[in-house]
Design a protein around this ligand. Structure first.
Ligand code: ATP
Length: 259
């Protein structure tokens, strides 16, 4: 299959190294023995169906979920036991599934949360307002009054304001109209140019293929396939994603979308 994103140079250093990571919800193994490696400047997509373990994996990398086994290294430093706050300071920021803004706070106040103990770097309020001018104009509007796409943009900017080295994006496209999703993903090249490395999770394989330099498929918590978009064959991806079941694809613009 053909990808459109430009991979980093072979010589780019490894930024994130995940080895044999497992995570449970009670007795349920949600992530099973997952290993992956991201080079600086990469856009790495973890794909998988509902319940495949994608969010648990990202939350474990962000320090919000305790792993039951395995290690996470950022730039060679073992961060497996660090709290979410310490990981943020080390340079790992998560845009969580469902945005998780403070609905009764204004756009500006939600953004300020991201600046708390931020690392030095290219992202500051003026830069965010350059990316999304409406955020300056509507700075006093309550987050609850924003559309889903606008909320997603604020959640993304809140994470950027921490000036992470590694940005974790959990299903940006969830519940949003395709045009809105496209606009948000269109920012990725600018973020990469600013030195970010991106690990995203997506249910939408087409979207992942459009933006990622490497795909990693999970099924019931386990890795079933990894490779660059050019290496992966459609039939193998379907089996890796669905476990051999061939389901009818969901039409774009389906139920539950919001702008
Ligand atoms: P989705 O796309 O639906 O968010 P996912 O690939 O992100 O799915 P996870 O949310 O990580 O998958 O869920 C992995 C497994 O862990 C699923 O079986 C899910 O039901 C279970 N799970 C997730 N969160 C919890 C929780 N808080 N308590 C118990 N089980 C959970």
């Amino acid at each position: 299959m053909t990808g459109t994103a430009t991979p980093p140079a072979e010589s780019a250093p490894v930024l994130l190294e995940v080895r044999n990571l497992s995570a449970h919800h009670g007795q349920l193994p949600a992530v099973r023995d997952v290993s992956l490696s991201l080079r600086a400047g990469e856009t790495y997509a973890v794909i998988g169906a509902n319940g495949a373990g994608k969010s648990t994996l990202l939350r474990t990398l962000a320090g919000l979920h305790r792993p039951s086994a395995g290690t996470v290294r950022l730039d060679g430093v073992d961060v497996t036991r660090l709290s979410p706050e310490r990981r943020l300071q080390a340079g790992i920021a998560l845009v969580p599934e469902g945005r998780r803004l403070f609905p009764s706070l204004s756009v500006h106040e939600n953004l300020l949360v991201g600046t708390y103990r931020a690392r030095p770097g290219p992202f500051h309020l003026a830069r965010v307002h350059d990316l999304f001018p409406w955020m300056a104009e509507r700075r006093n509007q309550k987050a609850a009054a924003l559309s889903g796409g606008e909320q997603q943009a604020v959640a993304l900017c809140r994470a950027l304001l921490a000036n992470p080295r590694l940005l974790l994006l959990d299903e940006l496209s969830l519940g949003l109209a395709p045009i809105i999703v496209e606009r948000i993903y269109a920012l990725l090249p600018q973020l990469l140019a600013d030195g970010l490395t991106v690990l995203l999770v997506e249910q939408d394989v087409g979207q992942a293929l459009r933006v990622a330099t490497h795909l990693h498929c999970l099924l019931e918590g386990s890795t079933t396939l990894t490779g660059t978009p050019d290496e992966l064959r459609q039939e193998d991806l379907e089996v890796a994603y669905f476990g051999g079941l061939h389901l009818e694809p969901v039409a774009p613009g389906g139920a539950g979308e919001e702008a």
